[in-house]
Design a binder for this molecule. Sequence first.
Ligand code: FES
Ligand SMILES: [Fe+2]
Length: 363
Amino acid sequence: MAWAEPVEDVGPNALVGKVLRQYWHPVSTSADLEPGKAKPLRVLGEEFTIYRGAGGRVHILGPRCAHRYTWLHTGRVQGDEISCFYHGWRYDGTGQCTLQPAEAAGLAEKVRIPGYPAEEYAGLVFGYFGEGSPPLLPHYPQLDDPSSSVVAWIRPPGVWPVNFFQIMENSCDPVHGSFSHFGSVPAWRAIPEISVEDTAYGMRITALRPGQKERVTRFYFPNLIYTEPIETGGTEGDEQISTATKSHSFAWHVPIDNENSLYFGSVAMTSPDEAFLSDPSELTESDLSEIMLAERPPVGMVEEDWVAVVGQGALADRSNERLGRSDVAVARLRRMWRNAITELSPRAPGTPNPSRVEIRPNI
Ligand code: FES
Ligand SMILES: [Fe+2]
């Protein structure tokens, strides 16, 4: 529990929230934001307004109008600006007020609401919510390769009712493939040998199953998981197993708040990846309750991951868990995060860590 508490808090004043705010995060797919439309946005435990101007540029502003504080996303997008639903105060994409129709001239220029950098890349809209100027938005050669087609999505069913760290831990845990995905990925049935290597960007995890090529997952700090295309083959009993994906998969795990997260994916395909393209585009509430009540088994990777991760509860209780040898990448992930948090809160020797981060002895 001591470890879990700070990881759960993604708000602006919490250490985890502060670490996350040093990086860009996807907040929408590009396709979900039409020109001339505004929407409410909730990310990292805070509210925002997001809109795409008539000319196509995306802007992220604070949630409310400075006048009498009504929601700004209910307003009208006019050109590249947004005007408030209530009394027509207008703001540009930086948050500067540009018009106050019922006020004396000269007041508008003194009024500003928060504005946040926004950029589009790989089919996704990224926002930066930290202080000062943002780092460059990272690009990845696989997503920039002109011979690939890139498909961006929010992994069903949309909002995952769990803390973002749980979904990330699941992605750093190759052994779950042998059990959770027993039905959907026969090639993963054998227990893998796992090895982990620290890298400049985070860590490189390899899972090696008998008779197969190693499967590589890369964790890019703080919340991006990359998996490379695999070509696998082998036998399970009499069954000849052959699974091939030709997709470079990037998955960002973004907190909406402490107990809800979105999984943004951008996948570069060198040829159509049937397994990926046949993933369900949505799951209904009744699908989800049926599988959680074990009225039917989960079908497909999404449902299988859902059962495992949502089954831990919104905030997994880490106080009594029993990590083993096979959790090596999960433990490393936690340690990397603990180090990042500790860097934000230097302390005198012997004083308790204010972030209350505690990781049990490494395995
Ligand atoms: S509340 Fe927005 S213009 Fe009055
Ligand atoms: Fe999984």
